[in-house]
Design a binder for this molecule. Structure first.
Ligand SMILES: [Zn+2]
Length: 270
């Protein structure tokens, strides 16, 4: 069965909505990833995870065409970065998801590959739930890799896995090894580990949230330990996310939705 939305005809889209396919929308960014990786890292990683999950899901998942650009003002000091204003980004992602709901799809999953998009994706998912009868959920793909990361991680926590790091470099090595400039891979750089309150890691950040302008903090654009990345780790990280995404979509499809209640006083004057 076809697993990519872009390959369907309109009658096939209608049939898949009727069959209850789960829509997965991959969302990423075009941004600097240090001296050793291209600007398409977030796109390549999230597209691979979402399209592989759909391909292996026996028709359960339909993956949408990628949303390539993200909210990235903090990285504009580095060439190669494209930023979309937060309100434009949210409206755009909402309109894509909402179009799917209007076609009859009632389970929408936003899978994101860029840290600064995450809070906005969470809000878009909530906006879908608040404005339609569909259910929408959101996650960053690395969150789905946690069991594999717990097993294989060598870099220090926090700070070893944040950006163009052990995690992202490893998966890129696995998916598109020819794009990695091995002689440009540097050592550890952990610029945002400021104190006990402010630190960044894909697998847990400090209690205070501060997103500073990146060029104030990092010379190379990296945050983490890319020298600890291997394609073998990358394969395990990616496989873990793919497997988790399929299992989540199966549970999400079968999730029973209790009826909504309204206990408010019905004021006849209103
Ligand atoms: Zn990235």
């Amino acid at each position: 069965m076809k697993h990519l939305y872009r390959h369907l005809t309109w009658t096939e889209v209608r049939t898949r909505a009727e069959q209850g396919a789960v829509i997965v929308i991959p969302i990423a960014a075009i941004e600097q990833h240090g001296h050793h990786l291209p600007v398409d890292v977030d796109n390549v990683l999230v597209e691979y995870v979402t399209e592989e999950a759909a391909r292996r899901s026996d028709g359960l998942i339909l993956t949408m065409p990628m949303i390539h650009y993200g909210f990235n003002e903090h990285n504009m000091g580095f060439p190669g970065t494209i930023t979309i204003r937060e309100s434009v980004f949210m409206d755009f992602v909402y309109d894509v998801a909402h179009s799917c709901v209007r076609q009859g799809f009632d389970r929408i999953v936003l899978i994101n590959g860029h840290g600064s998009n995450q809070m906005l994706c969470n809000l878009v998912a909530r906006r879908i739930v608040n404005t339609t009868k569909a259910l929408a959920a959101a996650a960053a793909h690395w969150s789905l890799s946690k069991p594999a990361v717990d097993k294989l991680r060598e870099s220090q926590f926090p700070g070893g896995m944040a950006h163009a790091c052990e995690f992202e470099t490893a998966i890129y090595m696995h998916i598109r090894p020819e794009g990695v400039l091995h002689d440009k891979i540097g050592g550890r750089e952990a610029p945002s580990s400021l104190n006990e309150f402010i630190f960044d890691d894909l697998f847990g950040s400090g209690p205070m949230h501060l997103v500073n302008r990146w060029s104030r903090l990092s010379e190379s654009g990296v945050e983490g330990d890319p020298n600890l990345a291997t394609p073998e780790k990358g394969k395990e990280f990616a496989e873990c996310s793919i497997d988790a995404l399929i299992r989540f979509c199966r549970e999400f499809r079968n999730l029973q939705v209790p009826p909504e209640r309204d206990y408010n006083y019905k004021n006849p004057n209103l």
